[in-house]
Ligand binder design. Structure first.
Ligand code: RB5
Length: 149
């Protein structure tokens, strides 16, 4: 199950990705927003990130204008490693190296065709499991613990 969330700026790209997930028969839950009426990205970052952190959904996809604001907000939720990507290399590498559990995309940065490619790479790439990457992720988790996330 994939968790989806966006603000108004990300909403049109989220709807394009929903069509793609449906075509691929990938199950998803949309945690809002549900229109292009102006709203606040942190609200939907929280709902979506919690669904991933709680294990309700295995991964998440978040959308705002740049992908940046919604990624900053999602990364405040303990256990979330949200990656804002606009190129194929980063979307794949953040799964292999960071075991990122949320991909954040900017609807004002990339077009739907590029977004589909990044989503597919993100969803279809497994974490490498390499010892050095496990160690580095453990250091991120320690930062969460030390700074009271
Ligand atoms: C909304 O106008 C815009 O600021 C938001 O979608 C996002 O780009 C913030 O980082």
């Amino acid at each position: 199950m994939i968790a989806l969330g966006s603000d108004h700026a990300g909403y049109p790209l989220k709807m394009e990705i929903i069509k793609h997930l449906e075509a691929r028969n990938i199950e998803f839950r949309d945690y809002g927003c549900y229109s292009d009426e102006s709203c606040d990205y942190a609200v939907f970052a929280e709902k979506t990130a919690k669904a991933v952190a709680d294990g309700e959904c295995e991964k998440g996809l978040l959308f705002c204008g740049t992908g940046v604001g919604i990624s900053i907000a999602a990364n405040k939720v303990k256990g979330i490693r949200a990656a804002c990507c606009s190129d194929e290399f980063s979307a794949e590498a953040t799964r292999l190296h960071n075991d990122a559990n949320i991909l954040c995309l900017g609807a004002r940065v990339i077009n739907p065709e590029k977004a589909v490619k990044l989503v597919d790479l993100f969803l279809d790439t497994a974490f490498s499991g390499d010892e050095r990457h496990i160690r580095r992720i453990a250091q991120i988790t320690a930062l969460e613990d030390n700074f009271g996330k």
